[in-house]
Design a protein around this ligand. Sequence first.
Ligand code: PLP
Length: 373
Amino acid sequence: MTTYVWSYLQEYQNEREDLLDAVQTVFSSGQLVLGESVQGFERAYAAYHGVGYAAGVDNGTNALKIGLEALGVGPGDEVITVSNTAAPTVVAIAGTGATPVFVDVREEDFLMDTSQVEAAITTRTKALLPVHLYGQCVDMAPLERLAEKHGLKILEDCAQAHGAHHNGRIAGSMGDAAAFSFYPTKVLGAYGDGGAVITDDADTDHAVRQLRYYGMDKVYYVVRSPGHNSRLDEVQAEILRRKLERLDQYIAGRRAVARRYEQELGDLAGPGGLLLPATAPGNDHVYYVYVVRHPQRDAILEALKQYDISLNISYPWPVHTMSGFAHLGYTEGSLPVTEKLAGEIFSLPMYPSLPDDVQSKTISALRNVLKSL
Ligand SMILES: *Cc1c(COP(=O)(O)O)cnc(C)c1O
């Protein structure tokens, strides 16, 4: 069911020398924690986004959590986000002690329905957490207006949107801060876990650096509590620094796969049947995942089993229906679009080095199955 087990193997073959050289560089540097590779990657990552600061952390979930904490979110606060996301978005909010509050998504593109946000704002709301889902950005202008009007912070969840653009602005440069994951399957992926918080605000960056380092500015003195140990690993940083130079190529590769799916499946798509991903106005999609939709999803997946292609559902369970979040008090039916989508979506194989023959096999299998429904 999963692509992530082997999706990096082709890339590893292609880039093996450079990746192993990265490991060698760190091992022979004498600095295994927060050394030159982390600092070098942080400078390059901030520059790529045109912002002042980037701080490496240990994973995307902690990037979100520390990002929220650095913006002042804590126990008793509310953070507005979507249930139609990877569970870690919500795990991170809960991890700060704040309460996640959900709005529904838009039927056309599965992104946050920003028209529902104002009604969800209370006196306890501290931050808005838009998720740039599947590789394209949430419409930010309405959120920026609301943040201004109600004195709220915005943290962008960019875990699926490295290099995506919205009205010419790059994902991660639009909020007060942004959180990235470098989980291996992501558009920019490490060879293990990693994450980053980027911001244009020096104080926010300073807070992130303290929070990732026990609450210390320097060894061995805690100035801020509670802090965490959430550093980006030096080896992963050196790999990411090298891979960042290839990020635009990876994105181009993903777009080429998406274009092929569109060209060779587009004739089968239509209302009430197969729906291919729609790019929202002003967006440049980076296709972290290629999510299609069909009312007979389960029958299609069953029929596709005989074809040995790797399909996934991102995500099968809306977060608000998970038992671990039952205490939030959402019932089934409270987010109708999110719940409907969860029963109809599935993802086709998608990564830049996806071999042509796997693309062909996927397309022909899906064509066969759709025609025999
Ligand atoms: C992957 C992901 C995360 C979590 O990142 P990790 O590095 O796995 O902790 C958070 N939010 C979204 C939207 C993600 O896709």
